[in-house]
Design a protein. Structure first.
Length: 138
């Protein structure tokens, strides 16, 4: 399945989860609209995390509100202080962040590559669904 995103371990993991959701739904005889219904109805927390996770052009997590990924990407204060600037950055621009509040990574510099964006899980479900339908029908 090809999407227009560069990938790293975090984004690749997310795509794998999207694909698994689609494959399980297909194997159970659901239609895409049923998968959308389940996502909209039963997975509110996942929706919040999807809307609150920003990826850079290389698929790195710039910021996430997902508590399970605490310590990945910018901390909340840094993100909120720079959000407007970050979201206006153009392709090719970078943002460097030095980790100073973590004993393990203290002093480490992370570079994030613009543009920064969130994901649309339902759009990705549709792309994965179309991809697997083609494979299953050929």
């Amino acid at each position: 399945m090809e999407l227009e995103y560069a990938t790293t371990q975090f984004f690749e993991r997310r795509l794998a989860l999207v694909e698994l959701d689609v494959l399980v739904a297909m194997s159970m005889g659901f239609e895409l609209k049923d998968l959308y219904f389940m996502y909209d109805t039963y997975f509110r927390v996942l929706q919040i995390y999807e809307k609150g996770t920003y990826y850079d052009a290389k698929g790195n997590i710039l910021f996430t509100n997902d508590n399970a990924l605490k310590g990945i990407g910018l901390d909340t204060n840094t993100f909120n202080e720079n959000k407007e600037k970050l979201l206006k950055m153009q392709a090719g621009e970078t943002f460097e962040f030095t980790i100073n509040n973590n004993e393990m990574y203290n002093g480490e510099v992370n570079t994030y590559y613009a543009p920064f964006t969130t994901c649309d899980r339902k759009a990705d479900y549709r792309l994965a669904w179309e991809h697997f339908e083609k494979l299953l029908n050929s």
